[in-house]
Design a protein around this ligand. Structure first.
Ligand SMILES: *[C@@H]1O[C@H](CO)[C@@H](O)[C@H](O)[C@H]1NC(C)=O
Ligand SMILES: *[C@@H]1O[C@H](CO)[C@@H](O)[C@H](O)[C@H]1NC(C)=O
Ligand SMILES: *[C@@H]1O[C@H](CO)[C@@H](O)[C@H](O)[C@H]1NC(C)=O
Length: 512
């Protein structure tokens, strides 16, 4: 008895303490896309915290230094904020073109930066793992070749077609909507047509108009000892070990099939709420009629809205009996009523966790949706671009939110949406259900993400996670060759049958 117990406990200790050696990890996400980076930054910090040596090449260095976390960058010159209202007139075709254009222009300016050249060409570092984002910067995968290290890809939202195609994960146009389609999984004929066009553009047109530029960027800027012998970009993209997706299709996405090497870790940035600063705590505690939090995120400035739209919003909000906190720095001379507090920044998740907060008015950005769902707060969403429209459509379909179209917004439509969400308890009830679904996971998203990163390190790149179909071309994958042969065979059989029958009939006729 005793020896076997001893043996069991040794086994258990061995199994329970799968140690991953501290690794040298390079995060290479140089393009200045803040929300993409911020969504994954908690993972980088956590990896450093667990003893890995993390080097982060990005446009967003930490404010305070962190042990085991080294920043390289930024690679852009500050002060080029654009008025994002220019982006709002996108449709399913122009959004793909915009992506191409954005990727090519930003990549050129970032990769030609002096700091970047020094970093890429230096031969003093070595890394065991390279973490990249491929959206608009596919060439970053070459850093895996430079350091002869496995690569993990980060997807800042549900992977769209131009990412899915390299992983061979189904991106079926009939029910998986493109991020920018402004549609959900429940697509009618026109929507499916648009989704197919956008999908084909990303699957095929992409390879001719956009991809050659990415290759050019790679061969111009990512040069190091031995770069001439690296595999083609396509092959390196297909060889990515793992993809972490900042989404959670149960509560905020569309249920779709993934491969084992694609893992959803949405919600990593959500921490248990911190105590509020005193002024906010007092303001919210005094909100006997409830409170509303209003924020359009970090890149949409309320001052950029056309005047008549801002007036609509303000006039609705000032008439409410609820208290309202707005993330906004009003221009001089703007008079606001007593129930409103404004500020340039607020601890959003901590505010949403206050029991008096009844509603969140948002632009529908992914992180905001994750935070609202985590706190079970209903949303009124006024989406502007990228995935915001889709996020809000899903919120509306699931029943915890209402979408207000910015271009058609009137005092009535916005006011009604706000009143409906405040008065109808169904929205709160649904938000609670979705919140439960969002949180009901075997592991916290951050732990899950760390687990999978370490899994790739422990298993030397974990090539077994890569799809078995990666070597097939489209004709093989869709069985076009086999179908052709089968059609010919079946045709042949039918023809033979016809011949036999025709002969039998004519014989019968002749003998009669
Ligand atoms: C830094 O990494 C070392 C091991 O490489 C680890 O012992 C230490 O705890 C880490 N420091 C912090 C603050 O996480
Ligand atoms: C950790 O990374 C930094 C920056 O890349 C590097 O300078 C340092 O030598 C690394 N430390 C170890 C112990 O590998
Ligand atoms: C694929 O990645 C692994 C590391 O995960 C590497 O050893 C291998 O050489 C790569 N193969 C190609 C063809 O890039």
């Amino acid at each position: 008895m005793l020896p076997s117990m001893f043996f069991c406990s040794v086994l258990c200790i061995a199994a329970c303490t799968i140690v991953t050696r501290a690794a040298n990890i390079l995060v290479f996400m140089p393009l200045p896309m803040k929300s993409h980076f911020r969504g994954f930054q908690p993972l980088f910090e956590e990896l450093a915290h667990r003893g890995h040596n993390v080097t982060v090449a990005s446009s967003f260095p930490l404010d305070r230094p962190l042990v085991n976390y080294t920043d390289v960058g930024p690679f852009v010159n500050k002060g080029r904020l654009r008025n994002v209202m220019e982006l709002v007139h996108m449709n399913f075709v122009t959004s793909v073109q915009l992506k191409w254009d954005l990727g090519i222009r930003m990549s050129d300016s970032v990769m030609s930066h002096e700091n970047m050249k020094n970093f890429v060409q230096s031969s003093s570092n070595s890394f065991d793992l390279v973490i990249i984002e491929t959206f608009c910067q596919e060439y970053t995968v070459a850093m895996g070749h430079k350091y002869n290290a496995p690569v993990i890809n980060l997807s800042p939202a549900m992977p769209w077609v131009s990412v899915s195609k390299w992983l061979d994960v189904p991106a079926t146009y009939s029910y998986i909507p493109d991020m920018c389609l402004q549609s959900t999984g429940d697509m009618g004929f026109i929507e499916r047509l648009k989704n197919t066009i956008s999908g084909l553009m990303q699957s095929y047109a992409d390879n001719f108009v956009y991809f050659p530029k990415m290759k050019e960027t790679m061969d111009t800027y990512i040069t190091y000892d031995g770069w001439e012998s690296r595999p083609p970009l396509e092959q390196m993209l297909k060889n990515v070990s793992l993809t972490l997706v900042n989404s959670n299709y149960y509560a905020i996405g569309v249920a779709r099939p993934y491969l084992p090497g694609i893992v959803e870790v949405g919600g990593m940035h959500i921490k248990p709420p911190n105590p509020l600063p005193e002024n906010l705590q007092t303001f919210l505690d005094a909100a006997d009629e409830g409170a509303i939090f209003f924020s359009f995120g970090s890149i949409i400035n309320l001052n950029d809205l056309p005047n008549e739209k801002l007036e609509i919003v303000l006039s609705v909000i000032q008439k409410l009996k609820q208290k309202v906190i707005i993330k906004w720095t009003p221009n001089d001379g703007v008079k606001l009523s007593e129930n409103i507090m404004t500020g340039s920044w607020f601890p959003q998740n901590d505010i949403l966790a206050h029991p008096n907060v009844k509603l969140f008015i948002t632009h529908g950005g992914l992180h905001s949706i994750e935070e609202t769902i985590s706190n079970a707060i209903p949303v009124v969403g006024i989406p502007f671009f990228a995935d915001q429209y889709l996020n809000m459509k899903i919120a509306e379909e699931k029943g915890y939110g209402k979408l207000v179209n910015f271009f058609e917004m009137t005092e009535e439509s916005f006011g009604n949406a706000v009143k409906e969400l405040l008065s109808n308890v169904m929205y709160k009830e649904t938000a609670k259900v979705q919140s439960q679904v969002f949180k009901d996971q075997p592991m916290k998203p951050l732990d899950l993400a760390v687990y999978w990163v370490e899994y790739v390190i422990r298993n030397g790149g974990a090539e077994h996670l890569i799809s078995g179909s990666i070597e097939l071309n489209d004709a093989q994958y869709f069985l076009l060759d086999i179908s052709l042969i089968l059609f010919v065979l079946i045709g042949l059989i039918i023809w033979l049958c016809y011949l036999v029958v025709a002969k039998a009939i004519s014989k019968k006729l002749n003998t009669d």
